[in-house]
Design a protein. Structure first.
Length: 458
């Protein structure tokens, strides 16, 4: 075991940074638009069920593997697997997932910065609904602009990582997360009372299961599964890395519950901010990835002090995005330091260039390469990359983690329980062993296979 490994300075640091990894564009950008696309409250209910029944145990499994191995996913299974087994091949799959995630995440994070500057400089003042929508369109059609913002995201995030775990990642993320949580509460309160917003609340909070049929139950389940795993960051070692930075004073189930609650609160609040606003301003909630960018500037325009609140909102959206990018970069950096003897600096320099280059297809997918529609008409490269991660790597990777932690030919149940339960706090219930070992993976695989079938073969 590597005793030199830098640790977090406090438990709060660990929780906020893991929550910072979990809370991101998935909560504030993707959750509202997917909920909007799949008809609202019924989708939300399934999503929450998946979070509790599937996400939470998987999160504990991942944190346990991280803490026991004291390594990133690039080496964790090599350390823990029984001799002669092949679990460690999982690393290639998981590492690829982290890179593919960043290939589109950096672009959307760049949109947030662009909107922050636009809002702060008064760029939306006096514009009507159509003019606001056209700003989003003209941003997408400008590859130079988007590349510029994407590069800023990569440079700033690696810049923070280069200052080290405690002085960079922990210090900055802690502050950003606390501010984000506070602002979300203020804005959600404001949006709930918007005139004409009640219909939005109904759409968001009163389940209408007949809507599920309209979209296809299996497709909705598949989307909810992907979103639940995406939001918690489970399935490819992005959370496991933070398990490797803590000691054994706390049991991991309790920590996982905190992370899940924080993450879910932010997603639910994002919905509370956005849906009343959609209905109040006559914007269709199924607009897709553009949803928050075409809805929210209208809200802020109609609000006293809207320019200030709007700027703060997009600033904090940048925080949410950055806290995740920084977390995943930290993971990517530790792949390099776990697998080679290279210094942290060298690994950062290499990845900085690599991630900028890898992010370019997503940017170009909205303009120069808009003819590339791998997921069907009108889809983009972003949709494709997101689909690979959210609907493939995360569910399948999560199953690998669960099997590794419960099967004898893996790390095994006893080792997993000993690790998860060491320290004070909530313990992982012994009684759910059969469920975790057999039923949970079967549910995930079933939804995965059926989702594929209904998406591509029906
Ligand atoms: N959980 C992040 C979000 O909600 O934006 C996205 C994410 C990070 C997904 C890390 C997966 C991952 F491994």
């Amino acid at each position: 075991m590597n005793q030199q490994r830098e640790k977090f300075s406090s438990r709060l640091g660990f929780i906020l940074i893991s929550a910072g990894c979990a809370i991101g564009l998935g909560n504030v950008w993707k959750f509202p638009y997917i909920t909007g696309q799949f008809g609202g409250a019924a989708f939300v209910l399934i999503y929450i069920l998946f979070l509790i029944l599937l996400g939470l145990p998987i999160l504990v499994a991942e944190l346990s593997v991280g803490r026991a191995s004291q390594k990133s996913v690039a080496m964790s299974m090599d350390v823990l697997q029984p001799k002669g087994t092949k679990w460690h091949y999982f690393k290639y799959f998981a590492m690829a997932g982290n890179y593919i995630l960043m290939m589109f995440y950096t672009t959307v994070a760049g949109w947030m910065i662009y909107y922050f500057f636009k809002m702060a400089s008064g760029g939306f003042v006096g514009l009507d609904k159509d003019a606001i929508s056209s700003i989003f369109g003209s941003m997408l059609s400008n590859p130079v602009l988007m590349t510029g913002y994407m590069i800023i995201v990569v440079l700033v995030s690696f810049g923070i990582c280069s200052r080290g775990l405690q002085k960079g990642v922990e210090k900055i993320t802690k502050v950003m997360m606390v501010l984000l949580l506070l602002l979300m509460v203020v804005l959600a309160t404001r949006s709930i009372f918007l005139e004409g917003g009640e219909e939005g609340l109904r759409f968001y909070l009163t389940p209408n299961f007949s809507a599920l049929k309209e979209f296809g139950v299996l497709e909705v389940l598949f989307a909810a599964l992907g979103q639940a795993f995406f939001t918690l960051s489970i399935g490819m070692g992005a959370i496991a890395i933070f398990g490797s930075y803590i000691d054994r004073s706390r049991s991991l189930t309790g920590e996982a519950v905190y992370i899940t609650i924080l993450d879910t609160m932010v997603a639910l609040m994002a919905g509370l901010i956005i849906f009343p606003a959609c209905f109040a301003y006559g914007i269709n909630p199924d607009a897709g990835p553009s949803l928050i960018f075409i809805t929210l500037p209208n809200v802020f325009n109609a609000m006293p002090g809207g320019r200030l609140w709007g700027s703060l909102f997009f600033l904090f959206m940048c925080f949410a995005a950055f806290s995740t990018v920084i977390a995943v970069f930290e993971n990517i950096i530790s792949f390099g330091t776990d697998l080679t003897n290279a210094s942290r600096k060298k690994v950062i320099a290499f990845n900085l260039v690599a991630i900028i280059l890898l992010s370019i297809p997503c940017v170009l997918g909205f303009n120069v390469l808009s003819g590339v529609q791998l997921l069907g008409e009108g889809s983009t490269i972003l949709d494709f990359e997101d689909f690979i991660v959210s609907n493939n790597i995360l569910p399948l990777g999560s199953v690998v983690y669960v099997l590794f932690c419960t099967w004898k030919m893996g790390w095994g149940w006893d080792n997993f329980m000993a690790e998860a339960n060491s320290g004070v706090g909530l313990k992982f219930p012994k009684a759910i062993r059969f469920y975790v070992q057999w039923i949970l993976p079967v549910i995930v695989l079933f939804v995965f296979v059926m989702g594929y079938k209904s998406l591509f073969f029906s």
